[in-house]
Ligand binder design. Structure first.
Ligand SMILES: *Cc1c(COP(=O)(O)O)cnc(C)c1O
Length: 386
């Protein structure tokens, strides 16, 4: 293990497990190892922990405990929301900037006979509600629009879409991938007016491999994993008790600090954005400057390669990302940035910084100093930049 102090600015990829959360999980990895399906005391202790976690999550989402399904993560929740509700001949509407967990699932379903409409976003990364309204057809049964984008952080008008549906098409279900918003934005499902919502614990200082799907009781979900009767018969498999306890504890902890932390991080983000744009020539911010996640700053630097910036940042102990963890490693610019119609010379030099609990002003100052040097060096080497 490295001992060098790392400046971690990749919270959108994953967050470290909060020590308080680990403490809450440990008993279920040690003495309280029972199967929540067992009749005996150890089993009942596990069962109680799972049900108490379910009530806690339901409280934060303002829904009923039986409307909470624990899954293996955000990807499974998204898959269950789409595959569990759609059948051949149905029409599905998504945004063009959905996470691959929604996008790829939607495209796979299209091959199986589901009609698919992808709504493009505007240059600021935000979807126009009117375009969603116009896309609705006679056979539209599900609309899936993310609450916040994982690459550029822009927030989508999910509540406005929900309001419109409630008034005009109450039969159409609304799903939101809220994975980037967990512990950061208000997750009140009555306020958001959604029927389905996905979360993943490792994005809010909980453990990896555990997710949540909220599904309103009226939604009849077709199980995607069959077997035992766990999770109301919707998702078979012995409960991940420690993971479930950890997810609820992490969401609870995040919720308690949410408003205060959101103000702190928004201020830091705006300070950082201003400083980068002021000190580095030919830099631009991607996505809407205000309607974005508190911790997201995604920049393009003209005439340089994002991957080269990343490697050099890493060498100085700074962890960032080119955008989607899934897209990095490939030379093709991300589909999210492409959908913003950013000119080609800017498209390849994109970097996402995502701030979190450990971020302070001092770290950000240090990042700007390093970034400035790195961009200058790379441009000196680049044939694109005179
Ligand atoms: C991380 C992420 C996912 C996938 O969650 P996993 O728990 O890693 O499967 C889905 N959607 C969005 C928006 C994400 O950021």
């Amino acid at each position: 293990m490295s001992t060098k102090k790392i400046i971690y600015l990749d919270h959108a990829a994953t967050t470290p497990l909060a020590p308080e959360v680990l403490e809450r999980m440990l008993p279920y990895l040690k003495s309280d190892f029972g199967n929540a399906g067992s009749i005996h005391t150890k089993g009942q202790s596990a069962k109680n922990a799972v049900e108490s976690a379910r009530r806690k999550v339901a409280e934060i989402l303002w829904c009923e405990p039986q409307e909470i399904i624990f899954t293996s993560g955000g990807s499974e929740s998204d898959n269950l929301a789409l595959r569990g509700t759609l059948k051949k001949g149905d029409h599905l509407i998504i945004s063009a900037v959905e996470h691959p967990a929604v996008l790829q699932t939607a495209e796979a379903l299209e091959k199986e006979g589901v009609e698919l409409t992808k709504i493009p976003v505007e240059r600021n990364g935000i979807l126009k509600v009117g375009k969603v309204q116009k896309a609705i057809r006679r056979n539209t049964t599900l609309i899936s629009i993310m609450l916040a984008n994982n690459e550029i952080g822009t927030l989508q008008p999910v509540r406005e879409i929900g309001k419109f549906l409630q008034k005009n098409h109450p039969e159409i279900l609304l799903h939101t991938d809220a994975v980037q918003a967990g512990g950061i934005l208000n997750l009140d499902v009555r306020h958001l007016k959604v029927d389905l919502l996905s979360l993943s614990a490792h994005k809010f200082y909980g453990p990896k491999g555990i997710g949540v799907l909220f599904a309103k009781s009226k939604v009849k979900l077709k199980p995607q994993i069959s077997g035992g009767h766990q999770e109301n018969g919707i998702r078979a498999g012995t409960e991940n008790v420690a993971g479930i306890v950890g997810a609820a504890a992490a969401l609870d902890l995040a919720e308690k600090n949410r408003e205060k932390e959101s103000i702190r991080i928004t201020k830091l983000r705006d300070y950082f954005i201003k400083k980068v744009l002021r000190e580095i020539p030919k830099a631009q911010l991607n996505g809407d400057p205000k309607i974005r996640l508190p911790g997201n700053a995604n920049f393009s630097f003209y005439g340089v390669e994002g991957e080269s910036i990343l490697l050099r940042l890493d060498f100085t102990g700074i962890a960032a990302s080119t955008g989607s963890a899934c897209a990095s490693g490939s030379l093709e610019p991300s589909y999210v940035l492409q959908s913003l119609k950013i000119p080609h010379e800017w498209l390849h030099g994109s970097i996402r910084f995502s701030l979190g609990k450990s971020t302070g002003k001092q770290e950000l100052d240090q990042v700007v100093t390093e970034l400035k040097k790195i961009i200058r060096d790379l441009r000196e080497l680049s044939p694109l930049f005179e």
